[in-house]
Design a protein. Structure first.
Length: 468
C-alpha cells in the first residue's frame, strides 16, 4: 500500500541515515526560514496574527519568533508559518511547486521546543518531510497548481505532518491516521495571492500538521490509506499530468530532494516567478548603465505556466506588487535594486513607477511544455535610446545553478533578523542555527529569538504571554 510505504519511510529513516550534505541543506533552510520569520513579525499580517494568538492566553509550550509570546505547539506553528511567509522571502522547491520550509520549520521548531528535541533530530525530520512533500508534489503534477491550488499548503501539510510525527515519536500506524487527518485539511487557493491569506496558507498547513499528529497520538482515527485507491487524495486533487506515486516512492532518498533539484533561496522578497527577470535586469543595469528614466520599452516573455502566480498586472498595494512583473520590473529599473522596502503601498503608487509600468509588456512564449515559477526560462528585452539589450535566462537565482553563497545566506539572515533582534541578538541566533546539528535542545534556539528589551518593539499585543 502506498500510504504504508510512505509512512514507513517517514518514521523508520534514522537521523544517522540522512547524508551530511542533506543535513547541511536542512540547516540552510532553517537559517533562511528563521530570518524571514523574525522580520515577518514586523509586518501587519504578523501583528494581527500575534494579537490573535495573544488573546487566547493559551498554555505556554512554544515561542512565537521575534516576540515575547509563547503559546501551544499548534498555535505557535500557525503564527510562525504566517511570519515565515509574510514577506514572500522564504525558500522554494521545484517539486513541491511552492515554499516547503515555511510550513515544515514552524512545525518542527514548535514541536521540538515543547519536547526538548535535539537539533540533529529536527534537521533529519525536515529532510524526511521535504522528501515526502516533494514526491507528493510531483505526483500532484503541474496541473494541480495551474488549477488554482497553492501547493505550498496542499503538499506542505503532508511534509509538515511527517515532521511533527517524527518529533513526537509516532509509530507508523499513527502517522497513517495523521496523514488522513491532514488530507481533509489540505487547502489554499492561488486566488488569494497578494493578500494576507497567502501566508495564512502556510500557517494553516503547519498548525493542521501539528494538530493531526497530536490527535493521532491521542487515538483519533482517519482513513489510513489516504493515498491509495480510486477515491484517494491524489485522485481527488490531481490533474491530467499527475504521476503515479508508486514509482516515486521507489526513489525516496535516491537522490534526496534537498539536493536534487535542491532548495532555492530567495534574494528578493517577492514571488519567485519574478526572480529570473530581476537577476537579468540587475545585470543589465550594472553592465550597460541603464537608468529608469531612459527606458523606452521592456518586454518579458514567459513560457506556459511560469507566470501563473503573477496575478496582478496593475497592483495597488505592496502585497499585490509582489505578484506583478510589471511593477517589479519598473521598480528594479528605477531604483537599481529590490528589497524589503520595495513592497510598500507608497512605493507601488509612485507616479514615476506607474509611468514606467505602462512600458512593461508581458507576453507568452510559444512552448509545448508546461512550466512553473521555479522551472523554466524568461526572455527579457530592455530598449533605451542607446539600443536594445536582450537576454534569455533559464537559471533561477538562489538555485543550485545560480547559488546563494554562505556569506550571502548569512547577510540575508542578519539583515532580516537584525531589524528585530538587533545585531548582537541576530548573530547569536545565526551561530546557534549554523551549529544546529550539535544542539542538544532546540528550545535554546527558539528562546534566543526572544528580543532583548533594548531591541524589542513594545506593546506587541496587550495580552502577550511571556515566553518561557
Amino acid at each position: 500500500m502506498l500510504t504504508q510505504r510512505l509512512a514507513e519511510f517517514a518514521i523508520e529513516t534514522k537521523s544517522s541515515g540522512v547524508p551530511g550534505d542533506v543535513m547541511d541543506a536542512a540547516r540552510d533552510a532553517l537559517i533562511d526560514t528563521l530570518g524571514c520569520g523574525i522580520v515577518g513579525s514586523t509586518e501587519e499580517v504578523g501583528e494581527i496574527a500575534l494579537r490573535y494568538v495573544s488573546g487566547m492566553q493559551a498554555r505556554r509550550e512554544a515561542s512565537v519568533w521575534g516576540t515575547h509570546v509563547a503559546t501551544t505547539m499548534a498555535e505557535a506553528a500557525f503564527v510562525n508559518g504566517i511570519l515565515g511567509h509574510a514577506l514572500d522571502f522564504d525558500d522554494v522547491h521545484a517539486a513541491v511547486h511552492g515554499h516547503p520550509s515555511t510550513t515544515m520549520i514552524p512545525a518542527a521548531l514548535a514541536v521540538g521546543e515543547a519536547n526538548g528535541a535535539s537539533g540533529e533530530s529536527l534537521a533529519a525530520a525536515y529532510a524526511v518531510g521535504l522528501e515526502v512533500a516533494a514526491k507528493l508534489g510531483i505526483a500532484f503534477g503541474n496541473g494541480h497548481y495551474q488549477r488554482g491550488w497553492h501547493s505550498t499548503a496542499t503538499a506542505g501539510i503532508f511534509g509538515s505532518t511527517v515532521v511533527a510525527a517524527r518529533l513526537l515519536g509516532l509509530p507508523v500506524p499513527q502517522l497513517r491516521h495523521a496523514l488522513g487527518l491532514a488530507a481533509s485539511q489540505a487547502s489554499g487557493l492561488l486566488k488569494n495571492f497578494g493578500t494576507m491569506t497567502k501566508p495564512f496558507h502556510a500557517g494553516h498547513a503547519a498548525r493542521c500538521a501539528v494538530q493531526s499528529a497530536l490527535l493521532a497520538r491521542a487515538g483519533f482515527t482517519a482513513d489510513t490509506s489516504i493515498f491509495d485507491g480510486d477515491d484517494s487524495f491524489l485522485r481527488t486533487y490531481g490533474e491530467k499530468d499527475s504521476q503515479p506515486l508508486g514509482p516515486l516512492l521507489d526513489r525516496l532518498g535516491t537522490p534526496w530532494e534537498a539536493l536534487d533539484p535542491g532548495i532555492s533561496f530567495k534574494r528578493w522578497p517577492c514571488c519567485y516567478c519574478n526572480h529570473r527577470s530581476i537577476g537579468v535586469l540587475l545585470q543589465m543595469i550594472e553592465r550597460h548603465g541603464i537608468r529608469g528614466e531612459d527606458v523606452q520599452a521592456v518586454e518579458i516573455g514567459f513560457p506556459p505556466g511560469s507566470d501563473t502566480a503573477l496575478i496582478h498586472t496593475n497592483p495597488q498595494t505592496g502585497l499585490e506588487g509582489k505578484f506583478s512583473i510589471e511593477y517589479v520590473a519598473a521598480a528594479c529599473l528605477l531604483d537599481g535594486k529590490v528589497g524589503i522596502d520595495t513592497f510598500t503601498d507608497v512605493m507601488v503608487n509612485r507616479p514615476e513607477v506607474r509611468a514606467l509600468m505602462h512600458k512593461v509588456k508581458r507576453y507568452r512564449i510559444q512552448d509545448s511544455k508546461m512550466y512553473s515559477g521555479s522551472v523554466g526560462y524568461n526572455d527579457v528585452m530592455v530598449r533605451t535610446g542607446r539600443g536594445e539589450q536582450r537576454v534569455r535566462e533559464d537559471r533561477a537565482p538562489g538555485s543550485r545553478a545560480w547559488p546563494m553563497s554562505a556569506a550571502e545566506r548569512d547577510e540575508k539572515f542578519l539583515d532580516c533578523a537584525g531589524r528585530v533582534l538587533g545585531d548582537v541578538g541576530a548573530r547569536r541566533v545565526l551561530d546557534l542555527a549554523i551549529g544546529i546539528r550539535g544542539l542538544d535542545d532546540v528550545g535554546k534556539l527558539a528562546r534566543a529569538m526572544v528580543p532583548a528589551e533594548s531591541a524589542a518593539r513594545v506593546d506587541r499585543g496587550a495580552s502577550a504571554v511571556l515566553a518561557k
